[in-house]
Design a binder for this molecule. Sequence first.
Ligand code: SF4
Length: 311
Amino acid sequence: MRTDLAIYVMAANDINMEAFNEFKLYFKKYAIPYIVVISQTDTVSEIELVQIQQEFKDCILTSIKNGMGIVKLKEVIVSKLKEEEEDKPLVGDLLPYGAKVILVVPIDSEAPKGRIILPQVQCIRDCLDHGIKSYVVRDTELEAALKEIPDVDLVITDSQAFAKVSQIVPTSIKLTGFSLLMSRQKGDLELFMKGIERIKTLKPGNKVLILEGCTHNVSHEDIGRVKIPNGLSKYVGDKLEFTYIAGQDFPGNLSEYDLVVHCGGCMLTHKTVCNRAHLCEEKGVPITNYGMVLAFLSGTLERSYEIFKDN
Ligand code: SF4
């Protein structure tokens, strides 16, 4: 699941279609990009090489003996890896150049000392990259900022302040959360929305898996370990059974869970979060994420999802 690129090598004189087709299914299942390399091309005739190229359209023909295709292979590896690194913008494709965005960052006891968290930093950078004007305020200054800044296109808030912020921002201005933007960039927003539906049918005692993408998540601890478990249990009317997994681990006993709630995934790649989400889908286990659960529990999900409907 964590492979960025697969290189499938077959010797020109030993092509095994059956084995290749088996791996092709595996690459497809886990969304792993791959390159087909045909080695030892010096051991077969020109006619055989043409036939191989017809069979494997984008393959790279190589030979250590005469140096054939080695430079090309290096170039293709670099360009494929580059493609994989590029994440979708957070807001750059949702708003036009010159749009105005207010970012709401509550500075409370849960805020890390002397800095702001990665999703907020990434959002500011994305606005700068796309010529979107961003204004950063605390929730306590939001009302004044809305009066001072005309024609605001979008307000983006920390998920924890959804309820308060949605009361301050007039319905004529679009509102969403950093976590929802991350969900779209890192995961599968539609699949996460389906996961929210499962919350409505949860019963006391049902098993919920909380998946955190990294272990150094002190600032999020309260969301994943306290706020979401408390909020979901309160919604269901009694206690649910929670399991927490942080880091790259993914449980083998996935089918035992009634719901998976993933963190924002700011330290993970789009592919990793999507693979996790699709594995859950394959096992028939609904998956959603922190920001969407918080927005759902505070009754603001519908409004914060609005911005994504036309995009
Ligand atoms: S990867 Fe997940 S747990 Fe780690 S900092 Fe990002 S949102 Fe928090």
